[in-house]
Design a protein around this ligand. Structure first.
Ligand code: ADP
Ligand code: MG
Length: 643
């Protein structure tokens, strides 16, 4: 890394910020993080979503010579980032599955010999030999690990390929690492630093406190009516989260029927539909979006006024992320959670099905291989269209368990599902060069078309290459339909293998099919993971059940912040406020009451004995509040007991 005197750095950083991003000043902690990185220190940046983490590695990279390698788990976000940098005239490339070997080869070459500033890698690609062998030849100034919590086995979004990032550290040992995340419990923070081999602990953390966000929990039998009330009472844009796709549509329709401008969203929509709905909401042509958790990642809309959860998220991490999309602009906003008693049992059920026995996972994996007729050791980088229900019926699996197993297999890096990738059409010649030539001579009708294919795409003899029928048609001067027809005909004649772009869900094998017995997850590890997931679920249950502490304080302490003040605006604080005492008075009276309640005093007795500096009326109010919120009970004799 190259850096000069501190003052120069500062001016320099400011200049970069303004020149490329047009921003006038840094956000809290951005500058500290950037300086830490530039000083060559391994750094962990814990900033909320929307806090501006990307700049924390982009600016040091721009201030240094060489290339910045960024590991990022979500292909869609990665593509956006690469594009955004290119739009600023900065050279950036991304490598992810779905790219052909030739494409990867070219991209890597550009990083070694060209002046590429950013190389985005999906974690599965990290340890590909092609990349490992050439990383040392790149002048890597910084290794940035986005969504770094994915490295923790015990965290809520573990992705096994992340564990291999440390191997990269060994290859480029002098390069500092910057880990970035928005959610991490203290345990996960340590896990990140350990796994990434930090030379010393070094964390920059912004408080998780969201002063303008009111956390509200309603125990509610009629959730829809409550939702409607919220939409009518809170002005501005909102997000409604539900767990399944069907409900997104139903609830959006119901809201529309009640004159709320709403749309639904989920990952099963086509890319175009998603873009359209997202844009309409961003531009405030749609007021409320009802969605599965597929909505919101990478979306930065500051003036969201409410986020309502109709179903329980399975962890405080997930809840905090989703609810935290409200009120980024700093103005008052609401994070509302609606639940009924049965939801808690459902969450438990959901958890169970999310962790099917390891044997079941292996069985499903094996059945997938059979279903697609893959021999052991084959299938790498091949894609298949997949009918979840048909498959489940055929092998008598619970579709939900199959769905979760796919998620598991995807996180473990065995397969990718189409929601993470686009599936362009693909083509490979089945004939070798010479036989193809003979075919052309014998079938003049196809001659020009084949030539055009050969001119347009390279490498089609050895592996599948992506093609675009529209482009081909335009170059050939024929209609797209005719081009497709020609391709299909040659496919049927076994001249080439044509895989037309598929709109059905697709499964791509990232690794060749292996015997289920060689899958690498151990029973013990899997069981541990299940245990931690259960803990998170319980923490979530405690959050909604809680009648005692401030909601904000509860979440803060979950994320390891022990210092903090009551928010004064969550449902619990509001309820307390009704006791007509200040937060300070409440705590004071509560402390006082504790000893008396231990002794089962009655209110009268307490009032007799209590310090006369506290008005008896206020003490009575607090007692009434505690009774109303079912924290204490008052028996027939007027004695007070903890519930
Ligand atoms: P994160 O990764 O932490 O969720 P991003 O890096 O995506 O956040 O940044 C969120 C938004 O904030 C982006 O639109 C980004 O351009 C903007 N942003 C980041 N830093 C600044 C800054 N210093 N001034 C103004 N806007 C900023
Ligand atoms: Mg980010």
């Amino acid at each position: 890394m190259v850096y000069g005197e501190p003052i120069d750095i500062l001016l320099n950083l400011q200049a970069i910020l303004t020149k490329y991003w047009g921003f006038s000043s840094f956000r809290p902690l951005q500058e500290d993080i950037i300086r830490s990185v530039l000083a060559g220190r391994d750094t962990l940046a814990l900033l909320p979503t929307g806090g501006g983490k990307s700049l924390c590695y982009q600016i040091p990279a721009m201030a240094s010579e060489g290339i910045c390698v960024v590991v990022s788990p979500l292909i869609a976000l990665m593509k956006d980032q690469v594009q955004a940098l290119r739009d600023k005239g900065i050279k950036a490339v991304g490598i992810y599955h779905g790219m052909s070997r030739v494409e990867i080869d070219n991209a890597v070459d550009n990083c070694v010999y060209g002046d590429v500033k950013f190389l985005y890698l999906s974690p599965e690609r990290l340890t590909a030999e092609l990349i490992r062998s050439r990383l040392p030849k790149m002048n890597v100034s910084l290794l940035a690990v986005d969504e770094a919590h994915c490295i923790s086995q015990w965290g809520y979004d573990f992705r096994p390929p992340y564990l291999r990032i440390s191997e990269i550290r060994d290859i480029i040992p002098k390069t500092p690492v910057l880990a970035l995340t928005a959610t991490a419990t203290p345990q996960v923070v340590n896990d990140i630093m350990e796994n990434l081999q930090f030379s010393e602990p070094n964390v920059f953390q912004k408080s998780f406190e969201r002063k303008n966000l009111a956390y509200i929990v309603f125990k509610e039998e009629d959730k829809l009516q409550r939702l409607l009330k919220i939409c009518n009472n809170v002005k501005g844009t909102g997000i409604v989260y539900v767990r399944n796709r069907r409900k997104t549509r139903e609830i959006a329709d119901w809201l529309k029927m009640n004159n709320i401008d709403a749309e639904f969203f989920h990952a099963g929509l086509t890319g175009l539909e998603r873009d359209a709905k997202q844009n309409a909401w961003m531009k405030e042509r749609t007021r409320v979006i009802v969605s599965t958790n597929a909505f919101g990642m990478g979306i930065d809309k500051p003036n969201v006024r409410f986020v309502v959860h109709i179903d329980l998220p399975d962890s405080p991490e997930a809840y905090f992320q989703e609810a935290g999309r409200a009120g980024r602009d700093g103005y008052k906003a609401y994070a509302v959670l609606l639940y009924q008693e049965s939801d808690l049992a459902e969450l438990e059920q959901f958890h169970k099905r999310s962790f099917p026995p390891l044997e079941t996972i292996k069985k499903i994996y094996n059945s997938l291989g059979n279903y697609f007729q893959l021999a052991m050791g084959s299938g790498k980088d091949q894609s298949f269209s997949f009918d979840l229900l048909g498959f489940s019926r055929h092998y008598a699996f619970d579709p939900f368990v199959v769905f979760n197993t796919l998620g598991f297999l995807e996180r473990e890096g065995y397969i990718a599902t189409s929601e993470a990738l686009s599936n362009p059409s693909r083509l490979m010649f089945t004939l070798d060069n010479e036989s193809l030539y003979r075919f052309q001579v014998a079938n003049p009708k196809y001659n020009a078309f084949v030539k055009l294919l050969l001119r347009s795409y390279t490498g089609l003899f050895s592996e599948f290459g992506k093609i675009n029928e529209k482009d081909i048609a335009a170059r050939a001067g024929i209609s797209e339909e005719s081009a497709i027809k020609l391709l299909q005909e040659m496919h049927n004649m076994q001249v080439l293998h044509y895989q037309r772009q598929n709109k059905n869900p697709m499964i791509t094998f990232i690794e060749e099919r292996m015997p289920a017995s060689s899958m690498s997850v151990s029973k013990e590890v899997y069981r541990e993971r299940e245990k931690f997931a259960r803990k998170r679920m319980q923490a979530m249950t405690n959050y909604v059940r809680g009648r005692h502490g401030c909601r904000s304080l509860y979440l803060l302490s979950y994320f390891g912040e022990t210092k903090g003040q009551r928010c004064g605006q969550c449902d619990i604080c509001l309820e307390r406020n009704k006791a007509g005492v200040s937060a300070y008075e409440f705590d004071q009276i509560f402390q006082l009451l504790k000893t008396y309640i231990e002794k089962n005093y009655s209110l009268e007795l307490i009032l007799d004995e209590a310090d006369s500096t506290i008005p008896g009326e206020k003490i009575a109010n607090v007692v009434r509040y505690l009774a109303d919120s079912e924290q204490v009970i008052i028996d027939e004799d007027g004695k007070i007991h903890w519930k």
